[in-house]
Design a protein around this ligand. Sequence first.
Ligand SMILES: Nc1ncnc2c1ncn2[C@@H]1O[C@H](COP(=O)(O)OP(=O)(O)OP(=O)(O)O)[C@@H](O)[C@H]1O
Ligand SMILES: [Mg+2]
Length: 237
Amino acid sequence: FIYFKMQTSIRVSNRPVLHATKRIVTINGSNRAKCAVKASKAVLLKVENLEAKIASTGQPVLNGVNLIVHEGETHAIMGKNGSGKSTFSKVLVGHPDYIITNGSVEFRGKDLLVLEPEERSHLGLFLSFQSPVEIPGVSNIDFLRMAYNAKSKASGGKELDPLEFYAYIMPKLELLKMDSTFLNRNVNEGFSGGEKKRNEILQLAALESQMAILDEIDSGLDIDALRDVSAAVNTLR
Ligand SMILES: Nc1ncnc2c1ncn2[C@@H]1O[C@H](COP(=O)(O)OP(=O)(O)OP(=O)(O)O)[C@@H](O)[C@H]1O
Ligand SMILES: [Mg+2]
């Protein structure tokens, strides 16, 4: 997991969603974004000297980011408002608002930057948005099933019909203490801030991605919701 959080006086290791951290490295010196790193195993993600600019304005926004994530690790990337945390996460999943100007990113041994956003997802990269978008007219369960089937198909796996998918998703809904009525509502439409965040984790649970980038997953959650979401995230690790 990579976990994004606005820099606060709260120590990283006290956050319920996080586990022990060892080393702090500055990833964006001028903007004071920091990254806390834990343990070491096989390399999952390797970001080297990544620079990017905003496509519409040409303004540089990432100034040489370096990050190595090994399997099983949890990283916390912290920085003040506007320091580039969300931009970094969106660049990793291939958001078209940004142009890479330097550096490289390898994910599971592949060059991530040449892949389309959906190919990155199929390879196992997941991003929960800081501000999840509403998709009117698309039911949550159809959306989740389409996403699941697309990923499954890409890896030669079995696609699930509506009944099979219902059986697959129900335990995950329970894990997040979400009511089954959420499945038949349109994606995030009319959801409260906290419900949207739970729905992001439901998507992660449905896709069983190899790596999750959680952009301020705790913002907008009350203390009970934070506990539920943290428990669900830790179960998915
Ligand atoms: N698509 C865009 N168009 C214009 N400016 C952008 C765009 N994306 C990011 N920026 C600018 O880049 C900077 C970094 O933004 P970003 O959202 O990555 O910050 P952040 O660290 O996630 O902040 P926060 O803690 O508030 O979520 C900000 O100054 C922002 O205004
Ligand atoms: Mg942000």
